[in-house]
Design a protein around this ligand. Structure first.
Ligand SMILES: CC(C)(COP(=O)(O)OP(=O)(O)OC[C@H]1O[C@@H](n2cnc3c(N)ncnc32)[C@H](O)[C@@H]1OP(=O)(O)O)[C@@H](O)C(=O)NCCC(=O)NCCS
Length: 392
């Protein structure tokens, strides 16, 4: 039942900007007992994270004229293989925050209910969201109370940017693709991945998308025909980069003693091996930008090392572009994507299990959800997942 005096309404930039920024500042994401607290800084534009989606909405919760909660939603069309149609409209829920002083009063649930209604009004087939597996409040709210079903557990892999460049083998050729070439490859090789967006061209053309690169062996003669007439090298890999730091920054809050000592250890490494230049923990206490790697794909028995070379290339690009203040390379990969093994990352910063949950908003899609969730995911049964950089 709706709480007395609670009002859910659309975000008004002029009226609510300050209140939402203040709320974001006070709300860390995830469980309160975690090793470190992660905060987001939306650089003065709270709606910036969803602005790049085809259709978006932000709602705020007001209690006696005080802004006590916020939620964001975006709608797009994607591939969902098991759905009633090949293309489905999906609504993504993000940025749910309730003021710590007003939790457990039903405000979070009310915000989600209102956003779901907006999805339904816009003919959305499925609502979905992602949360860390150990965020008890969020998991209980969505799964236990609101009927969302867990369907995937990809990993968020984070690697810090070192001052030193990473070595890339001279046997590997890395080439930037033109946007049309990238679109061609994505539509031909990844279009069957779950959540592949129908407007991939818009993502690739977006100013936050820094480009798409392919890697292949220099010795491979077929490389000159790359992507044309359906020809690709025997081993190849591809990825695109999204400059997330231009939309929002991350910051680590509370730091426990163990982390402090860990950081001190790195300080020692720096002194002994000055050329190594490990990032210091202090670098993550100030707001930092990051590159999000999306649309990762590889093919061929030897393509793992090409994935690794591409990630080294992204790292070197981040290290060289000091203007982007990019201190981390972030990507999200399905638990069964074999190329995950070749992606450099720091376990301490990464999230091994990001829980993706889904709910059918149309009765005819309920079977789809059952299909999604009935089989235990394995490398054979699980389709690759496309993680849209606009959802990050
Ligand atoms: C997650 C969050 C939005 C929940 O907001 P809220 O207004 O307190 O949630 P509600 O009062 O609507 O809770 C509804 C149900 O969710 C579950 N729930 C909410 N918070 C919970 C908690 N801390 N522990 C266990 N269950 C919880 C309960 O089942 C609750 O029903 P109940 O109170 O009848 O038992 C809030 O804790 C928050 O802002 N957290 C920090 C930001 C964050 O992690 N956001 C989620 C990102 S996906």
């Amino acid at each position: 039942m709706a709480m007395k005096g609670l009002r859910i309404r659309s975000y008004d930039e002029q009226m609510d900007r300050g209140g939402v920024i203040e709320l974001e500042r006070r709300c860390s994401v995830g469980p309160s007992d975690r090793v470190f607290h992660l905060f987001t800084d939306t650089l003065g534009d709270p709606i910036a994270r969803i602005r790049n989606s085809p259709l978006f909405k932000m709602l705020v919760a007001e209690l006696e004229n005080e802004l006590v909660g916020v939620i964001q939603g975006s709608i797009k069309t994607v591939t969902i293989q098991k759905a009633s149609k090949d293309l489905s409209k999906v609504g993504y829920i993000s940025g749910l925050r309730v003021s710590p002083l007003h939790r457990r009063k039903g405000i979070g649930m009310s915000l989600v209910n209102h956003l779901e209604q907006w999805f339904i009004d816009n003919q959305v087939n499925f609502a979905y969201m992602a949360t860390e597996i150990d965020n008890e409040a969020s998991v209980k709210l969505f799964v236990n109370k609101l009927g969302y079903m867990h369907f995937r557990t990809p990993a968020i892999l984070i690697n810090p940017v070192y001052q030193q460049s990473c070595h890339i083998s001279t046997d590997v050729k890395i080439r930037k693709l033109r946007t049309e070439e990238a679109e061609y490859l994505y539509r031909n090789y990844i279009c069957s991945a779950d959540f592949f967006p129908s407007d991939i061209d818009k993502i690739l053309q977006n100013k936050l998308s820094l480009g798409t690169w392919v890697a292949y062996d220099c010795a491979d003669q077929s490389q000159t025909l790359f992507g044309q007439n359906g020809q690709v090298p025997n081993n190849w890999a591809m990825l695109s980069i999204w400059n997330s730091g231009k939309v929002f920054k991350l910051r680590i809050g509370k730091v426990p003693l163990s982390w402090f000592l860990y950081s001190k250890g790195f300080g020692l490494v720096d002194k002994v091996f000055p050329c190594f230049k490990m990032p210091a923990l202090a670098d993550f206490l100030d707001p930092f930008g990051f590159y999000f790697v999306y649309g990762l794909y590889c093919d061929g028995p030897q393509s793992g090392r090409l994935v690794q070379a591409l990630f080294r290339f992204v790292h070197n690009m981040a290290a060289a572009n000091s203007m982007d203040e990019c201190k981390a390379i972030v990507t999200e990969v399905g638990g069964y994507d074999t190329w995950r093994l070749h992606i450099p990352h720091w376990k301490l910063l990464s999230c091994p299990e990001d829980l993706w949950c889904i709910k059918a908003l149309k009765p005819e899609e309920r079977n789809t959800i059952q299909e999604f969730t009935k089989t235990q995911p394995t490398s054979k049964t699980t389709k690759p997942l496309f993680v849209d950089p606009r959802d990050i």
